[in-house]
Design a protein around this ligand. Structure first.
Ligand SMILES: Nc1ncnc2c1ncn2[C@@H]1O[C@H](COP(=O)(O)OP(=O)(O)OP(=O)(O)O)[C@@H](O)[C@H]1O
Ligand SMILES: [Mg+2]
Length: 270
C-alpha cells in the first residue's frame, strides 16, 4: 500500500460515467510522420491505436520523436503526412490532458489556484471551480496544502498539483511526457501507484513517455519501443500483469524478465 491509501475511496465516490467510445478506440494514428521546418526528420511513418482504458508507454533513444508524437496527438503541431483521429469524447471540459516533465506551476498562485487555472480559462463559475479543485487536490493526497505556494511544496507534491490541474478537467486521454523524471525513485514509485489507481477509477486512457524501463513495465498494459531518429515503432510488448499493480511486482522475477525483453529491443533500436 502507498502512503495515500485513502486515495482510491475518495476517487471512487467521484467517479464520473465514461461510456465506451466507438469501437472502444480513443486514438487512431495512421501513417503519421513529422519533418520539422528545419529539415529534421523527427518521426518516421507511425501507426498507433489506443483502446479505452489502456496504459501505453513509448520508450526509445533520446531524439527519436517521442515528444514529437505526443505534441502531434495533442494538436500542438501538425503532421507532415498521415492522420490522427481522437474519437468523440463525452466530456466537453477537457478531452486531452498533457502533463510535462516540469510541473510548470505559476509561482504566484497557491496550489488550489493553480488547479483552478484552466477552469477559470474555461469560464467555470467560481464556486464550482473551487469545489472541483479542492476535491481533486484531495484525491491526489494534498488536502491541507491548498493554500501552499509552489515554493513551499516538495518536487513530488508539485507534480501532484500538476496532475491535479490536468485531472480536474476530467480528460479522456492523458498524454504524459516523462512526468516523473525529476523526482527521486521512492517518490516516483508512489506517484506511479497512485496514478494507476486514478486511471483505474476514472477509466481514462494514458499515453506515457519515459526513459525508465522499469517504470514503463510497471505502469503499462503495452510498451512500445521506438528506433533512433527518425523514430519508427520497432516492437510492441504486451505487459501481462492485469490492472492492479502491487509494489511487490517490482522485485519479482517475471517483472525482471519483462524489463529484460524491453531493454533488449531498446538496444536493438539504438
Ligand atoms: N520544434 C522543433 N523544430 C525543429 N526540430 C525539432 C523541434 N522539436 C524537436 N525537434 C527535433 O526532432 C527530433 C525529435 O525530438 P523529440 O523531442 O521528439 O525527441 P524525444 O524522443 O522526445 O527525445 P528525448 O527522449 O530526449 O526527450 C530531435 O532531433 C529534435 O532536435
Ligand atoms: Mg522528449
Amino acid at each position: 500500500m502507498t502512503s495515500k491509501s485513502s486515495l482510491t475511496d475518495t476517487v471512487l465516490e467521484n467517479k464520473p460515467g465514461h461510456p465506451q467510445t466507438e469501437n472502444g478506440r480513443v486514438l487512431v494514428v495512421k501513417n503519421v510522420s513529422k519533418t520539422y521546418r528545419t529539415g529534421t526528420e523527427a518521426l518516421g511513418s507511425t501507426n498507433l491505436t489506443l483502446e479505452k482504458g489502456e496504459f501505453v508507454t513509448l520508450v526509445g533513444p533520446s531524439g527519436c520523436g517521442k515528444s514529437t508524437l505526443l505534441r502531434l496527438i495533442a494538436g500542438l503541431i501538425t503532421p507532415t503526412e498521415g492522420t490522427i483521429e481522437t474519437h468523440a469524447f463525452e466530456n466537453k471540459r477537457g478531452n486531452i490532458g498533457f502533463v510535462f516533465q516540469d510541473a510548470h506551476l505559476l509561482p504566484w498562485r497557491t496550489a488550489q489556484r493553480n488547479v483552478e487555472l484552466l477552469l477559470e480559462v474555461a469560464g467555470t463559475p467560481i464556486t464550482e471551480r473551487q469545489r472541483l479543485a479542492r476535491e481533486t487536490l484531495e484525491q491526489l493526497g494534498l488536502q491541507g496544502f491548498e493554500n501552499a505556494y509552489p515554493r513551499e511544496l516538495s518536487g513530488g507534491m508539485k507534480m501532484r498539483v500538476s496532475l491535479a490541474r490536468t485531472l480536474v478537467l476530467r480528460p479522456e486521454l492523458f498524454l504524459m511526457d516523462e512526468p516523473f523524471a525529476a523526482v527521486d525513485e521512492i517518490t516516483r514509485h508512489t506517484l506511479n501507484e497512485d496514478f494507476l489507481k486514478l486511471q483505474r477509477n476514472y477509466g481514462f486512457t494514458t499515453l506515457f513517455v519515459t526513459h525508465s524501463v522499469s517504470e514503463a513495465v510497471f505502469m503499462s498494459t503495452r510498451v512500445i519501443v521506438m528506433s533512433r531518429r527518425p523514430g519508427l515503432i520497432i516492437k510492441e510488448i504486451p505487459v501481462p500483469y492485469g490492472g492492479e499493480r502491487k509494489p511487490e511486482l517490482r522485485t519479482s522475477a517475471e517483472f525482471a524478465e519483462t524489463c529484460r525483453i524491453v531493454s533488449r529491443f531498446l538496444l536493438e533500436g539504438a
